[in-house]
Design a protein around this ligand. Structure first.
Ligand SMILES: Cc1cc2nc3c(=O)[nH]c(=O)nc-3n(C[C@H](O)[C@H](O)[C@H](O)COP(=O)(O)O)c2cc1C
Length: 333
């Protein structure tokens, strides 16, 4: 097996970045200890949390691990009418969950530059990122600290743009992937092995295949299509070490249909279809909608109301199993 980015990984599996709770240092370290490449789901972290999570992961393993960031989108614009419509759809939920309306204030997410400086200081072996590209100076700063870079592409145009930018490898996110679509140019939403086959002849970089991969056969198919690693997210959401909220775990164990929605954050994302898919029809652009719905989602989780939570999951969700991450990983190769 060719060596992926000099990391000497015995198992060709990446724990996909799982932001918002599931991708804990314990989960990342367990996957890295078991021979794969773990990712700390750090994209929503403050710089202090990011540094602490890197330290926590290092205390659990001396194997390489990855961290993950969201490339910031342009600050979204919307009219007062659009804001009124988006807020109106949440009134009933606010009353049900006893949550105050949110005061919206850009930039809605953590300050990217401060997060980026924290990654440079934390020095994980790998930084993966999604929703766009990093600039030449940023890639240079990472390279100077020995941090390898993984950009996320959902189609050929994004793959070519990322390769031209100088990243070290690509995550190809197929249409069945759980969580947010990483797209910023175009989203082909192909099956994962089809996406690998489509991109493989056009780029030289090592490829990591993500989306709907749950079994040893799925991993093998992605590798046979030309990927160097298979990235799995949903397969680890029920792992003992995952930080998946109990209400979310329960919903995952119940299984069901997944679909794509912009309802929760304003960005397309795949999760278990619930009431929110039907009742939120006028979301603000990302990340304003994320800020608008976040307190509601948190209150819903605390109240055990999964129908009002973002239950991110890929199309393979009905194959997700409980257990230690190391034993989930062992079943994949
Ligand atoms: C709960 C959850 C959270 C996610 N958070 C992130 C994230 O913070 N950053 C990111 O790049 N991708 C994120 N993703 C996408 C995954 O990295 C990956 O593309 C996806 O899990 C692969 O598909 P699968 O879930 O079918 O295995 C998330 C996915 C899920 C299910």
């Amino acid at each position: 097996m060719p060596d992926f980015l000099g990391l000497n990984l015995p198992v060709p599996v990446l724990l996909a970045p799982l932001g918002g709770g599931p991708g804990t240092p314990a989960l990342a370290a367990a996957v890295s200890r078991s021979g794969g490449l773990g990712t700390v789901g750090s994209a929503y972290f403050t710089p202090e949390q990011l540094l602490a999570a890197a330290g926590d992961t290092r205390a659990r393993t001396d194997r390489p691990f990855a961290m993950n960031l969201f490339v910031p989108a342009l600050t979204p614009t919307f009219t007062p009418e659009e804001e009124r419509a988006a807020r109106a759809e949440l009134h009933a939920w606010q009353a049900e969950l006893n949550v105050e309306p949110v005061h919206l204030q850009a930039p809605y997410l953590e300050d990217f530059d401060a997060q980026f400086q924290a990654v440079l200081a934390a020095r994980p072996a790998v930084l993966s990122f999604t929703f766009g590209q990093l600039g030449a100076a940023q890639l240079q700063a990472l390279r100077a600290r020995g941090i390898r870079t993984l950009g996320t592409a959902t189609g050929l145009r994004e793959a070519l743009a990322l390769e031209a930018s100088g990243v070290d490898a690509l995550i190809l996110q197929g249409g069945g992937a759980g969580g947010h679509r990483g797209s910023w140019l175009d989203d082909e939403r192909l099956g994962t092995t089809d996406l690998v086959r489509r991109v493989r002849p056009h780029v030289k970089l090592p490829l990591v295949a993500a989306g709907g991969l749950m079994t040893r056969q799925d991993v093998q198919a992605a590798l046979s299509a030309g990927a160097s690693l298979a990235a799995l997210g949903t397969a680890f959401l029920l792992a003992d070490e995952a930080g998946t909220h109990p209400t979310y775990r329960q919903a995952l164990e119940g299984g069901g249909e997944t679909g794509l929605t912009r309802a929760f954050t304003g960005r397309w994302a795949r999760g278990l279809v619930n009431r929110a898919f039907h009742e939120i029809r006028h979301p603000l652009p990302t990340p304003a909608q994320h800020a608008l719905t976040r307190p509601l989602r948190q209150a819903a989780a605390a109240a055990g109301r999964s129908e009002l939570m973002s239950l991110w999951a890929g199309t393979g969700v009905n194959g997700a199993r409980r257990g230690l991450a190391g034993s989930i990983l062992a079943q994949l190769t």
